[in-house]
Design a protein. Structure first.
Lengths: 493, 636, 100
């Protein structure tokens, strides 16, 4: 694999600005809310700019690993601080940057325990950033747990519906995931005999025997699959989405679930390709069940956030289906879909957040006619819902197109089921739009203000990203294929 | 090929024709929502340029021999190569001319119709979105690109049907339209992916060349043709996905004129014509298409006979006329289908726009009420609507006559006389239901004539002036469209030269028996005559023959219970059936077992805790006991 | 040394058993602490005996440590007991199971 050392440690700079941001927030006096928020915006903005720089400076013709920084940490165990980005992690890194920044902006109106909220939020995102850029298995595990721990507090303290239940469920599920991942990582470390956790050294064809790969892949797939809400391990995710405060829901659905699918891709698939090929069919079955099941359950939900939660289950099923096709197009589609879905759900939650802050309800039967009262806020939600339906011109279309195309080559039946599910998705998304935003204006909410330009900023950013990628998908595909094509070419057949 | 200046001109014209409406869409929705006049100006300006470009292209390439294709790659990703570009041949030269012309006329008309609406800017924004999507659809070079814009056209339809979103029925209709066409599109999408997987190329030119698909098995070809046809069924509202179209009349009338009669629903037929060589490779599929066209045509005609809502009558008639086009194409009559598409776009838009004037003025859709209010006193719309209905019925010398005759010609060429018989029955029904509406409008019955038009009293001087200017904006398009309907038929031969030369002209023109020229005309006249007897003549009770048979009229009014059936399926099978099962499973089985495991853990914790009394002495005792045991172990 | 080493060990063992018995059976916190003290002293006797037996002063050093630890343990333990008594008015160990 080609490795391009970093001239300047941009990746560490991203992590550092998160950490420095967190520390700065912690020393600001508790009651200076505005200052805390300004500092948060500043540091998350720095993160976003750095990720944007990395994204655009990534050499698309060279591919491989770029911005490599490696420092040995515990040589006796072969653990090193090893950061780099490739075509798979770069879109996720950018996604995290965007969702992080917009998530901070979305919580502009927070006024309970502001300091703790933002400090924990920064810690959460540090873990996520670290995971996406780390090339060391040990660190991947550590970052996974770093991002797990603040999640519990964020949901349990600032959450809404059944928050203790949601927080506890989420934590238990994710800990169960990490309990599966850790043995698998140690297993791989021991089996390799190289005394290293470095991803690059472990990723050689023939490093592990086929039987070992099958075993390790299963553990890793189940472990990371929990986080990616693979059916039937998905129920934590809608409950967690609903319980979390909006900014956290954005990170949760937008980024945290991607950690799962990214983990499956980076650790399970890339280290155990033979295991992948062996289990692919089973993965595909679970993914397809997830696609249709999420849509069907979503049809009956009455809470806006539950609807989004179940649509996420369905959309993550599309990612899973793409990963299970063992084709370049499938991988490309899956990674693209991760990005598109992240932006889309972030936009949905951000819009719901605005609506909830005004109306103090997110139950669909109590809402209605919001288009008349807050047209701009509604427009953002409708745009995101249309993206979720897979409408061309918005980013999700391309991800779904590629995934279904790949599925048609490998599992035609699953492809058909997936495409048919798009109709059900359309049905339930439009139902929600109709019941929430259309109809005569609800007198209860008359006079509520529409989004001001400042509060609308996060939604404008997210909507613009959806639109830009919908019209010019190559922006992302050019990056993804630098990783997927060499990987598939090097695959032992 | 892109180097030469002539091509550069073409390309510029096409980009301008497609992209300007998109720019105006974005500008209106983002920047000028608060300024209705500016928005309307932007939108109409962009569509005017589109129209000019289309006409220039048409004039420039009137004698186009081979299709011109411009394409670049939009996206290349391992094994997948998605081209993006423009294809220019005679069919889409025609199509973009129709689309931009009707868009232009309807947008001008809307200046009057939508005046004063709070969503005026939004309306023009969506109109621009539609123009962009439809023009790009017509110019698409590959099937995937076509699908892309196909969906966007569906989106604009959804947004425009539900334009008055405070009305429940409107939003319901929008949703229904989107979901039902989506169901068709899912089939289309599957067919498209299948084709792609097996042939590796979705370029339209490639699919239409017979050599490209020679290696593919015929059953696969039939399957993919049928699946792609699913999209046409959805978009052109054919049986069994036809019921969304009448509901779509909840949108503003200009929208119905533009999207739901003249252009968008014709996109299905356009796609059929576009892939005509491909479809005609599978004779099984063609027969299915013919059958579906026939069924839709007849079903929709029967529905139109009993409807009291003027817009719904035209909506049913749209379904039935689209059925005619599909029949023609399915029978191999490429020219007939495309010709009818063209003439239909003109006279159907005319009918809707006329009805729109009435509805705008009297605020009702009911033909009997319109008649009582004295709708016939508005001269321009009344004359135009009569012309339009006559064209629809296929009376000479209007455009509909020529195109219907062409369709009958291609049906007559089929071996099975059943199709021709069905077609002729359709002609009769069409004439009957169109003139039913006309006669009711023209000859109000005495009992209602007294009720005054509702708006007259409340009009102020300024309002009246605005109303007058609005009326003028609405009247001009009517005059233009009427003129087109009258004249266009006479250009049949030159049209045939134009279209027939571009692609493989099917059908068997020339061997038509002579009675074929007379039969459709005679049946159309018979339809008009029956309508006259029942609705027009002095003392007629204005009760149709179907109304005397309650079973039939109920069946027709309930749309053959197709809608009811879908409603039940969605409610009982999906909502209360599978979906409920899944939710229960989620809550009870999955969550239940997880919660069970958690509670089990907690419970077992209590069991262990029972052993743990918290007495320090017991622990001490336990320590000593264990030590003693260890001691014993070591010694023995 | 006059007494044989085995006797010393027997005495230490008996003392340890008595201490353990006291610590385990008595329902009084002070008596428990007392029992523990006796056990410590039993260990100390065994250490002294061992030290003399082996001619090694390490054992006696240990005894000094044990004395120091016992002293601190008694002072801290008694302080806790007094505090607990003030809080609850009871010396019964069964009353202190809040952490159960």
């Amino acid at each position: 694999m080609h490795m391009e050392p970093a001239t300047f440690p941009f990746l560490s700079a991203i992590l550092l600005s998160c950490v420095v941001g967190m520390l700065t927030i912690m020393v600001i006096p508790e009651e200076r809310h505005v200052l805390i928020k300004q500092v948060s915006i500043f540091f998350s903005g720095v993160c976003l700019l750095l990720t944007l720089y990395v994204f655009f400076a990534f050499n698309r013709s060279l591919g491989g690993l770029q911005f490599v920084e490696q420092v040995s940490w515990i040589p006796t165990l072969g653990i090193s601080y090893f950061n780099a980005v490739d075509g798979f992690s770069l879109p996720n890194l950018l996604l995290t940057g965007i969702v992080f920044f917009t998530g901070v902006l979305t919580m502009w109106e927070l006024n309970t325990r502001v300091k703790e909220y933002f400090a924990l939020y920064f810690l959460l995102v540090t873990g996520v950033f670290g995971l996406f850029m780390s090339m060391d298995l040990f660190f991947i595990f550590v970052w996974y747990d770093v991002s797990l721990f603040p999640m519990y507090l964020l949901i349990a303290i600032w959450g809404t519906t059944r928050k203790e239940y949601g927080a506890m469920k989420l934590t238990l599920y994710l800990l169960a995931g990490s309990a599966l991942i850790l043995p698998a990582i140690i297993f791989l470390w021991a089996k390799s005999g190289l005394n290293t956790f470095s991803f690059v050294s472990l990723m050689h064809p023939g490093m592990f025997s086929p039987a070992d790969q099958k075993f390790a892949f299963l553990l890793l797939f189940l472990g990371f699959g929990i986080l990616a809400a693979v059916w039937p391990m998905h129920t934590w995710s809608p409950d967690g989405h609903v319980a979390a405060p909006h900014g956290v829901s954005m990170v949760h659905a937008g980024v945290l679930m991607k950690i799962g699918s990214f983990g499956v891709l980076r650790v399970a698939i890339m280290l155990c390709p033979l295991g992948w090929i062996y289990w692919a069919k089973s993965m595909a079955v679970l993914a397809v069940i997830g696609i249709i099941y999420g849509a069907l359950v979503g049809l009956r939900q009455t809470d806006l956030k539950y609807v989004i939660g179940y649509s996420s289950v369905s959309h993550m099923g599309v990612v899973g289906l793409g990963l299970s096709t063992v084709t370049v197009a499938g991988l490309n589609g899956a990674v693209f879909q991760m990005f598109a879905h992240g932006i889309m759900t972030a936009l949905l939650f951000s819009s719901v957040g605005y609506i909830y802050d005004r109306t103090h309800t997110k139950l669909i039967p109590e809402l209605g006619g919001l288009s008349r009262i807050m047209p701009v806020a509604s427009a953002f939600f409708i745009l995101a819902a249309l993206a979720g339906v897979g409408l061309p011109g918005l980013a999700n279309f391309w991800g779904e197109l590629l995934v279904f195309l790949a599925a048609f080559k490998v599992y035609p039946l699953f492809g058909v089921i997936g495409v048919v599910t798009l109709v059900i998705t359309a049905l339930f998304m439009l139902r929600v739009v109709q019941k929430t935003f259309y109809g005569p204006a609800n007198a209860r909410f008359a006079g509520l203000p529409d989004v001001s330009p400042w509060l609308g900023t996060p939604r404008i950013i997210l909507a613009a990203v959806l639109l830009i990628l919908g019209l010019y998908p190559s922006l992302l595909f050019n990056v993804i294929r630098t990783a997927s094509v060499p990987f598939m070419n090097g695959l032992p057949r | 090929m892109a180097g030469s200046p002539a091509y550069a001109v073409d390309l510029t014209a096409m980009i301008a024709a497609t992209m300007l409406p998109f720019v105006s869409f974005l500008t209106i929705l983002i920047a000028t929502r608060g300024r209705p006049r500016l928005s309307a100006g932007l939108s109409i300006g962009s569509v005017t340029i589109s129209l000019a470009c289309s006409i220039a292209l048409l004039a420039l390439h009137f004698h186009l021999a081979a299709p011109i294709e411009f394409s670049t790659r939009l996206l290349a990703s391992g094994g997948l190569d998605i081209p993006f570009g423009f294809l220019l041949d005679r069919l889409n030269l025609l199509m973009i001319a129709i689309v931009s012309a009707i868009c232009f006329l309807v947008q001008v008309y809307s200046l009057g119709y939508m005046a004063g609406d709070p969503g005026f800017s939004r309306y023009y924004g969506f109109m621009s979105l539609f123009t962009w999507a439809m023009m790009s659809l017509a110019l698409s070079a590959s099937l995937l690109q076509l699908y892309f814009f196909w969906e966007l056209v569906g989106l604009s339809s959804y947004l425009l049907i539900g334009f008055w979103y405070e009305k429940f029925s409107a939003t319901q209709a929008g949703k229904k339209a989107f979901v039902m066409t989506r169901a068709g599109d899912a089939a289309f999408f599957i067919g498209l992916l299948l084709l792609f997987v097996h042939t590796g190329d979705l370029s339209i030119a490639h699919l239409d060349s017979r050599s490209a698909l020679s290696g593919v098995s015929p059953s696969f070809l039939t399957l993919s043709a049928l699946l792609i046809f699913g999209g046409i069924v959805g978009k052109s509202a054919q049986f069994p996905l036809m019921t969304w179209l009448p509901d779509a009349m909840e949108g503003p009338t200009p929208v119905s004129a533009l999207l739901h009669s003249a252009t968008m629903v014709a996109a299905g037929v356009y796609l059929f014509a576009r892939l005509f060589p491909f479809f005609s490779m599978s004779s099984v599929a063609m027969t299915v298409f013919l059958a579906i066209g026939t069924i839709s045509m007849l079903l929709a005609s029967t529905m139109a006979i009993v409807s009291r809502d003027i817009k719904k009558v035209w909506a049913y008639s749209t379904i039935s006329q689209l059925g005619f086009m599909i029949m023609a194409l399915g029978a191999g009559g490429y020219f007939a289908g495309v010709f009818h598409l063209t003439t239909h776009a003109g006279f159907k838009a005319l009918l809707f726009l006329c009805s729109g004037v009435f509805i705008h003025r009297y605020e009702t859709n009911d033909i009997y009420e319109l008649s009582r209010f004295g709708a016939r006193r508005m001269v321009i719309p009344t004359v135009s609507i009569v012309l339009g209905a006559a064209a629809l019925s296929g009376l000479p010398p209007l455009s509909g006559y020529f195109s219907k005759e062409a369709i009958m010609g291609s049906l007559a060429a089929m071996h099975n006389p059943l199709w021709l018989a069905a077609g002729l029955a359709g002609v009769f029904l069409t004439a009957y239901y169109s003139f039913r509406v006309i006669f009711i409008l023209l000859f109000p019955r005495a009992e209602g004539a007294a009720s005054p038009p509702p708006q007259e009293a409340g009009i102020t001087a300024g309002g009246h002036a605005a109303h007058e200017s609005g009326y003028r904006a609405m009247a001009w398009p009517l005059i233009i469209l009427s003129a087109v309907s009258v004249i266009f038929g006479f250009f049949k031969t030159s049209f045939k030269d134009f279209i027939g030369g571009g692609a493989a002209a099917g059908g068997a023109a020339g061997m038509e028996p002579s009675w074929l020229h007379i039969a459709p005309l005679a049946l159309a006249l018979a339809g008009v005559g029956l309508a006259w007897v029942e609705f027009g003549r002095k003392g007629a009770k204005q009760i149709g023959f179907v109304d005397r048979m309650p079973v039939l009229s109920r069946l027709f009014a309930e749309r053959w219970y197709i809608d009811r059936f879908y409603g039940l399926v969605v409610e009982f099978v999906i909502d209360r059936g599978i979906s409920r099962l899944c939710s229960q499973n989620d809550r009870k089985v999955i969550d239940g077992s997880i919660d069970g495991i958690c509670e089990g853990t907690v419970e077992s914790g209590w069991v262990v805790a029972f052993l743990q009394t918290g007495m320090i002495q017991y622990r001490l005792l336990a320590i000593l006991g264990v030590l003693a045991l260890l001691l014993l172990c070591f010694y023995f | 040394m006059i007494a044989p080493f085995s006797h010393v060990l027997v005495v230490a063992g008996i003392l340890f058993a008595l201490g353990a018995f006291c610590a385990v059976t008595r329902r009084n916190l002070i008596m428990i602490v007392l029992g523990i003290e006796i056990m410590l002293n039993a260990a100390a006797i065994a250490f002294v005996g061992g030290s003399l037996h082996l001619d090694n002063l390490d054992g006696q050093t240990f005894v000094l440590f044990i004395l120091a630890v016992a002293a601190t343990e008694v002072s801290v333990g008694l302080a806790i007991i007094v505090y607990a008594f003030r809080r609850t008015g009871s010396f019964d160990p069964a009353d202190f199971n809040l952490l159960r």
